[in-house]
Design a protein around this ligand. Structure first.
Ligand code: PLP
Length: 381
């Protein structure tokens, strides 16, 4: 119905297809994330929070908003979350407005060394409203100088110390920053926007245990829709909720919140022992599915998926029963299966585990698995 816009969409699609995208703050959202954003939730006004809305007809969007919150708490192990911020900048603003008065001191990474605009740039509200104490990198090593950070914190007595950056490729020592924050009575907030996907996958140090508050965009390495989120202790999020609404925003973008839920749905609810894998194998904790390793092995075999039950660390079950299953990819990758096939396999495993007593579902998965195998014959001639 809008040829002019349609033409622009097509041009952008070709641009994205034909270019190598190396902008560190960009990603490619999954089709499921994009589809969630085109749902009817875009039509709904839902000022307030689940169970406490200022509009009627919110019973479905209440459930929509609870989903990403629950998933975030599971994914990052935080006590509470707010998924309403429209962007990363709004998320940071909500935290500052909750815990700072104009004129208070905010400590964050020097913009010239990798900090973000909202970490105290003089042209941004953060630099205009607050006194900024900036920490930075050692001129020799180009790594954050924590002794100097400590000295600046003692001297400037900030109310918040922000860790996280927009152009710092190395690891933050979140534990050390929390110690410095505790010593000077500051709150430690991490802006994990760039690292949030890596943290969720266990590939970057986890700030959550060392912070009262963690903010993030949802569209960078976590690969969700364009937006923001705030994780934290229950006490901190209770205060922040009031700042986000009615303090800063009106109605939440319910369709974007739905897409955030899709992005935080990791591994079909699988908990991988140690939070991830650096190799060809992983150990899956089956307790979230309410099945033992023994049962999982049996029902998966029924669906033509061969695995072995495996004890997980501190397993409450006996070695014969176990709470885990071990999965490895060498054989399927040798057949030529690729990432998309792995997602399909993960989905099939989750379907089997969730419906382990439903013969019909097991047979359906078996037929789909057989079909996949036939597309990748082992003996090609
Ligand atoms: N914080 C950091 C560390 C960022 O890198 C960015 C964006 O690049 C933001 C916040 C702001 O996010 P948004 O553009 O969604 O406001």
């Amino acid at each position: 119905s809008d040829p002019a816009l349609f033409e622009l969409v097509q041009r952008e699609e070709s641009r994205q297809e034909d270019n190598l995208e190396l902008i560190a703050s960009e990603n490619i959202a999954s089709l499921a994330v994009r589809q969630a954003m085109e749902t009817v939730f875009t039509d709904k006004y839902a000022e307030g929070y689940p169970g406490k809305r200022y509009y009627g007809g919110c019973e479905v969007v209440d459930e929509v908003e609870k989903l990403p919150i629950e998933r975030l708490c599971q994914l990052y192990g935080c006590e509470a979350a707010n998924v309403q911020p429209h962007s990363g900048a709004s998320a940071n603003m909500a935290v500052y407005f909750t815990f700072l008065e104009p004129g208070d001191t905010l400590m964050a990474m020097n913009l010239a060394h990798g900090g973000h605009l909202t970490h105290g740039s003089p042209v941004n509200f953060s630099g205009k409203l607050y006194k900024i104490a900036a920490y930075g990198v050692d001129p020799e090593t180009e790594l954050i100088d924590y002794d100097e950070m400590h000295r600046i914190a003692l001297e400037s007595k900030p109310k918040i110390i922000v860790s996280g950056a927009t152009a710092y490729s190395r690891e933050f020592d979140f534990k050390r920053i929390k110690e410095i924050a505790d010593e000077v009575g500051a709150l430690h907030m991490c802006d994990m926007s760039h690292y949030s996907g890596l943290i969720a996958a266990g590939e970057y140090p986890d700030p959550v245990p060392h912070c009262q508050v963690v903010t993030s965009t949802t569209h960078k390495s976590i690969r969700g829709p364009r937006g923001g989120m705030i994780l934290g202790t229950a006490d901190a999020i209770k205060l922040i909720n009031k700042t986000v609404f009615p303090g800063l925003q009106g109605g939440p973008l319910c369709h974007v919140i739905a897409a955030k839920a899709v992005a935080f749905l990791t591994h079909e609810g699988f908990r991988i022992v140690s939070g991830g894998t650096d190799s060809h194998m992983m150990l899956v904790d089956l307790r979230p599915f309410g099945v033992t390793g023994k049962l999982a092995q049996e029902v998966l075999e029924h669906a033509n998926i061969t695995t072995n039950k495996n004890a997980i660390p501190n397993d409450p079950e006996s070695p014969f029963v176990t709470s885990g299953v071990r999965l490895g990819t060498p054989a399927v990758t040798t057949r030529g299966m690729v990432e998309a096939d792995m997602s399909f396999i993960a989905k099939s495993i989750a379907t089997v585990l969730r419906n382990h007593s439903d013969e019909g579902t097991l047979n359906k998965v078996k037929a789909e698995v057989t079909d996949l195998c036939r597309r990748y014959p082992i003996h090609k001639f």
